[in-house]
Design a protein around this ligand. Structure first.
Ligand SMILES: [Zn+2]
Length: 315
């Protein structure tokens, strides 16, 4: 996350996307609670079945082990993500590095070819600010999930080509993500149906920067959160910071950023407190599960409708 000012303005009021948690709290009577739970379970099953959410999850131990293997050197971070991409089955020519025109580590890119040329870009930055803390929250938490998600999404054929990118130089001003999107052809950019970014996870339950999210991507997130019974709340970071998703917004590419920062935890970013100890592992693993299911759902939900039968097109 790029932090753009020392002052922490009061952010927009938090609103729960998946309203289950609030409903569960306010339904005081046990009978109503049971009815609500049954209804939620039905809706969740129906959504799961309709969406065919099907992912293979890495164990919490594996995700946690990667998180704990952080380096404080940005070049080593990039190299670790590249190695874990390879471990997840991403091999040449689908695994590559993109050198930047500045003295920064490269972007690291893993392509999971799909059945169509339509693309979903999945991004997280690998670098951290040099001066404070270990940058585990911001953004080793996000970077570590990239190879984990390759493992999750590669278990079955996907409609979309999924492009996982560990962006370099985010903290220098979104350098890697801007370079990446600037160097795509206009045709390549036109094929990107969504860019899903995550930055600074694990400080608590998953949050979404809703005011800078594409509505279709945001609605889909709410659907998956309800189906999986994982909490997602809105925490807008306008005037507080920015993230790699905004490089894609410059080209009108639909984007969304997931994070975990609240008004209470914002001060951890770029501070001596950004350390492994700040990560709440239960919440972090829940974010991984949610994002894995979300990507699988998007792959189905963003699929173009079937072509009309021959003869109908002209009517
Ligand atoms: Zn940051």
């Amino acid at each position: 996350m790029v932090v753009i000012g020392p002052e922490v303005r009061r952010a927009d009021s938090r609103a729960t996307l998946a309203k289950m948690r609030r409903d569960a709290k306010t339904l005081a009577r046990p009978l109503l609670r049971r009815l609500a739970a049954a209804l939620i379970a039905c809706i969740a099953c129906a959504v799961c079945a309709a969406a065919q959410i099907n992912v293979r999850l890495q164990t919490r131990e594996a995700i946690e082990a990667h998180l704990k293997s952080f380096s404080t050197k940005n070049s080593e971070r990039e190299a670790l993500i590249r190695k874990w991409f390879a471990d997840s089955g991403c091999k040449d020519p689908n695994l590559s590095e993109q050198a930047l025109d500045r003295k920064l580590p490269p972007n690291v890119i893993c392509v999971l070819p799909g059945e169509t040329p339509e693309v979903i870009v999945v991004g997280a930055h690998t670098d951290h600010v040099d001066s404070f803390g270990d940058g585990v929250v911001d953004n080793w938490t996000g970077a570590v999930l990239l190879p984990g998600l390759v493992y999750s999404l590669s278990a079955q054929p996907r409609h979309h080509t999924l492009i996982f990118v560990g962006f370099s130089g985010e903290e220098k001003g979104l350098v890697g993500s801007q370079y990446y999107v600037d160097h795509l052809s206009s045709e390549q950019r036109a094929h990107i149906e969504g860019m899903v970014n995550f930055d600074s996870l694990g400080l608590g339950p998953t949050e979404v920067w809703a005011s800078h999210a594409d509505k279709v991507l945001l609605d889909a997130l709410g659907t998956v959160a309800a189906a999986s019974r994982l909490v997602v709340a809105t925490m807008n970071v306008d005037n507080l910071g920015t993230a790699d998703s905004e490089s894609f917004a410059r080209y009108q590419i639909p984007r969304i950023t997931l994070h975990s920062v609240t008004e209470q935890t914002w001060s951890i970013l770029h501070s001596p407190f950004d350390k492994l100890a700040a990560v709440r592992m239960n919440d972090y693993y829940d974010s991984y599960k949610l994002i894995a299911e979300y990507l699988a759902y998007l792959d189905e939900a963003l699929k173009p409708p079937p072509a009309p039968p021959p003869g109908k097109a002209a009517q």
